[in-house]
Structures are given as structure tokens and as C-alpha cells.
Design a protein around this ligand. Structure first.
Ligand code: BG6
Length: 480
């Protein structure tokens, strides 16, 4: 789908996110013909760089972060020609005149300003865009997580942005919402007759959401140690996944209809009980890269793993536990949501055939796809023996080459900004509601100085996480 002419300014244009995700994403969209020839991408940052030096740096980033042979030198050159650079002082006056000259402010050009900088600079940037009359009335502002570190700071950020821009201009990125399967989840739920009638407490036993990573905190220790898994992953990514699973059908697939429903889920979340939460911290006896070594601390009590059982207090989900877990340096990299249905109310088969249940698994990564476990008769002459088989919809298999062109989360989200579609972005009240729920939990840990349980790298987390399930006769699905 072609997009209208745009100018996109990336504050923090030489930073890690810009080099790793934003510019490679834009380049891929450029190659798909989604960047009009007169559109500009303007990197703005503190360092002194010429356009040529900025382009050289971005060329190196494309080579580093995109698969080799996925593009030609000609495409790279044509893309780089649309890039510009302005040295800017976010808190001073330097560079703003130059920026004003580069960014078109007319009704035919879409303006987007990506704040890929520390949140403490959001206010300065917003104010300068405004007072220098660079941003027009339809300008779009894109901001990244972390959006605050608690309710108070999130409220402050929201009000700083809203001093200069309307909510309809603010795009808060949660890159999990840009993942292909996450949107497919909505298509599966609301585009089929099959699932929605069963999507409730009468038929669902429980829901599991796992986001397991194999990487540790690595070079991000200084940031991560002040955040932990709850702030870094649960308050945003896992909460968003939970909302999409649990929300009521919106009346339309439009931004506010979807976000209203998500907000209701967050507001219906009960505060979890203490013993429904397990916090963990990885240790390594072998490679010297346990959590404490990585963050260079002897006594950090920040969690790198969390498992929790949540309850949603509404009619649809009464009594259905939602189990969430996420952690670093675990056994495998998997992000998966599983809806585990109840057993049939009565089995007509003899005891040997066992009891079976349907599980709908939505895999975000790797091998994006959706699998429905169904029970069938084991083929052969052995009588009526039941087996569970997967009805598999791995997108790469089902869709063939079409699946290969699937844009990465950032590509999709940036293009949604240009199209002016806020459906996959968090609204200010959603973010605040998520912090209202998270804050008391974190405050409780901090007050009690609670130590996370150690777990060995390459495992599924602390033993207590398994107990959280076992004590109720359930178990976590494998992390593969
Ligand atoms: C980020 C977190 O938001 O998401 C990281 O800050 C985490 O700690 C990352 O590693 C995971 O994203 P993905 O897309 O690799 O699953």
C-alpha cells in the first residue's frame, strides 16, 4: 500500500535503536516502494556530522543489521540520498533553525518526529518543536518505552507531551504490538466463528503467556538493574498480550475501540497475592556471566525472571487463571501464548484412552504461527485409542513466499505512524492504568527487600515457578 509523502525526524538518529531497528526498517519499506521519492528522513543528534558522514554510518548499520544479499548497492544509494542530518542541542538553541529549513510544514506533507532519546528530553524537544514552529497541527510524535518507571513519572511524561500535542498525535511504541502474530491473534479471534464462542470461563481452563529469552542483560546492566523484568517486560509487553487475549470484541477495528477494550482488561486485573508471584535471578556456575556479575553488583535484588498468576475480575474470565512468565538467560528463546481449554465434561472412551484437552498456541517467535491441538483416533487397527495432533498454521509453511515479506515490528509500526493509524500504539490512559497495577507490587518487594530466587542459566527459571502451577494440578508448557 503506498503511503503519502512524509518527513520523518529521528531525534537520537545515531543511537543504537535508530541504527539497529528504525533505519533498517525504513530501508526495507523503501525497497518495497513505500517511501515517496521526495520524502526525507532526518537524523538529529548531538554529534557533529555531515550528511555524508551520517549516510556512511547508516550504510554500515544496514550492512550490519540486515541479512547479506537482501538488498543491492543501488537500493542502498537511493535510500541514503533521502537521508539528512542536523546537529541539534535538545536543551539549547543550536540546530533548530537548520531543522526548520529541512522539515516541510505544509498541509500535504506528513510530519513525524521520533523521540528516540532519554525520556527526560521529551519535554525539551516537544517545546522546541512548538516554539520554533517546526511541528504543524497534524505532526505525529513517536515515543519509545520505558514510558516512565511508575505511575507518577508516566503521568508527568503524558502531561509534558500533552502540553504541546494532542493525544491523537502521540504514538507510544510497544514493539510487541507490531509483531505479525500479535495482529493475527485478533484476526483469529474476531475473524472466525470457531473460537470466540469458546473464549470464556466456561470453556477455558487457563491461559499461559511465556516470553523466554536466552540473552542476559549484557551491556544494558545499568538500565536493567533499575528496572527488572516487571518494569522491562511485564508492565508493557506481557500486559499488552494479556489485554489482546482477554479483551471483549471491540465494535470496530479502530484505534479507540480497541484501546478502550484493552483498558477495561487492565482495570479489571486483581492485585496478585504475594504467593502468586515468583521472582528469579540467573546465576552461572560456568561462564561467569550470572546476573550479579553482569550488573557488577554483590547484592542487587532486581529480578531477571518473573512468573505470576493473575486473575481478571469480570464475567468472562471469572475463575480462569492467567499465568505469565518471562525471563532472561533461559533455556530457549520463545514467545508463546497458549489457551488451554477444559477437558470434555464426560468421556465416552475407556480409561486407557486418557483425557485430552485442546490447546490453542499462538507463537510470536520463533516460527511465527498458530497451532491448535486436537484429539483424534490413533490411526491403525488398535481400537479406539486417542492421540493429540497439532493443526499447524506455521505462517512460513501455510503462506509460502508471502510470509517472507512479513515486515518486522518496527517497520510496521513506523508505517502505521505515517498512515496515522494508532491502533497498535498504547494510549496514555492504558500506560497509566498498567503502572497503577504494577506500582504496589514493586513497592511491596522494595519495602521488604525481597531477594529473587536464583536459577541456573539455560533453565526454565526457579523451581518455585513450576510449583506455582503444580500446586493447582497444572504445568507450564515446554519452552522449545
Ligand atoms: C525490550 C526489552 O523491550 O524487549 C528487552 O527492554 C527485551 O530487555 C526485548 O530483550 C525483547 O524483545 P524481542 O522482540 O526480542 O522479544
Amino acid at each position: 500500500i503506498p503511503v503519502d509523502d512524509f518527513d520523518l525526524v529521528i531525534f537520537g538518529g545515531t543511537g543504537d535503536l535508530a541504527r539497529r531497528k528504525i533505519l533498517p526498517g525504513l530501508f526495507r519499506r523503501f525497497c518495497s516502494g513505500q517511501m515517496p521519492a521526495q520524502s526525507r528522513i532526518i537524523g538529529a543528534a548531538r554529534s557533529e556530522l555531515s550528511d555524508a558522514a551520517f549516510r556512511r554510518d547508516i550504510k554500515a548499520a544496514l550492512e550490519e543489521f540486515l541479512p547479506k544479499d537482501s538488498f543491492s548497492a543501488k537500493e542502498v544509494k537511493a535510500f541514503l540520498d533521502q537521508l539528512h542530518y542536523v546537529r541539534i542541542d535538545a536543551t539549547g538553541t543550536e540546530g533548530w533553525g537548520a531543522l526548520k529549513k529541512l522539515v516541510r510544514n505544509d498541509k500535504d506533507t506528513i510530519q513525524a518526529f521520533y523521540f528516540s532519546v532519554a525520556p527526560s528530553l521529551f519535554g525539551d524537544l516537544a517545546e522546541r518543536l512548538h516554539t520554533n514552529k517546526i511541528a504543524g497541527p497534524g505532526a505525529r510524535i513517536v515515543v519509545e518505552k520505558p514510558f516512565g518507571r511508575d505511575l507518577g513519572s508516566a503521568k508527568k511524561l503524558n502531561s509534558t507531551l500533552r502540553d504541546h500535542f494532542d493525544e491523537s498525535q502521540i504514538y507510544r511504541i510497544d514493539h510487541y504490538l507490531g509483531k505479525e502474530t500479535v495482529q493475527n491473534l485478533m484476526a483469529v479471534r474476531f475473524g472466525n466463528m470457531l473460537f470466540e464462542p469458546l473464549w470464556n470461563a466456561q470453556y477455558v481452563d487457563h491461559v499461559q503467556i511465556t516470553v523466554a529469552e536466552t540473552v542476559g542483560v549484557g551491556g544494558r546492566g545499568a538500565y536493567y538493574d533499575k528496572s527488572g523484568a516487571m518494569r522491562d517486560m511485564v508492565q508493557n509487553h506481557l500486559m499488552q498480550l494479556l489485554c489482546l487475549i482477554a479483551m471483549e470484541p471491540p465494535s470496530h477495528f479502530d484505534p479507540d475501540a480497541v484501546r478502550d477494550e484493552k483498558l477495561k482488561v487492565i482495570r479489571a486485573l486483581d492485585p496478585p497475592k504475594r504467593d502468586d508471584i515468583v521472582r528469579g535471578q540467573y546465576e552461572s556456575a560456568t561462564d561467569g556471566k550470572g546476573y550479579l556479575e553482569e550488573v557488577e553488583s554483590n547484592d542487587s535484588i532486581t529480578e531477571s525472571f518473573i512468573a505470576m498468576k493473575l486473575a481478571i475480575s469480570n464475567w468472562r474470565w471469572a475463575g480462569v487463571p492467567f499465568y505469565l512468565r518471562t525471563g532472561k538467560r533461559m533455556k530457549a528463546r520463545t514467545s508463546e501464548i497458549s489457551i488451554v481449554f477444559k477437558e470434555t465434561p464426560h468421556s465416552i472412551f475407556d480409561k486407557d484412552s486418557g483425557r485430552h484437552r485442546n490447546i490453542l498456541s499462538i507463537r510470536l517467535q520463533p516460527n511465527e504461527g498458530i497451532t491448535l491441538g486436537v484429539t483424534i483416533k490413533e490411526p491403525g487397527p488398535g481400537g479406539m485409542r486417542l492421540v493429540d495432533v497439532p493443526l499447524d498454521m506455521t505462517f512460513a509453511d501455510a503462506l509460502g513466499p508471502e510470509a517472507e515479506g512479513v515486515p518486522d515490528a518496527y517497520e510496521r509500526l513506523i508505517m502505521d505512524v505515517i498512515r496515522g493509524n494508532q491502533t497498535l500504539f498504547m494510549r496514555g490512559d492504558e500506560v497509566e492504568a498498567a503502572w497503577s497495577w504494577t506500582d504496589p507490587i514493586i513497592e511491596d518487594w522494595t519495602r521488604r527487600g525481597e531477594r529473587p530466587k536464583p536459577y541456573d542459566v539455560g533453565t526454565t527459571g526457579p523451581e518455585d515457578a513450576a510449583v506455582l502451577m503444580h500446586r493447582e494440578g497444572r504445568r507450564w508448557l515446554d519452552i522449545k
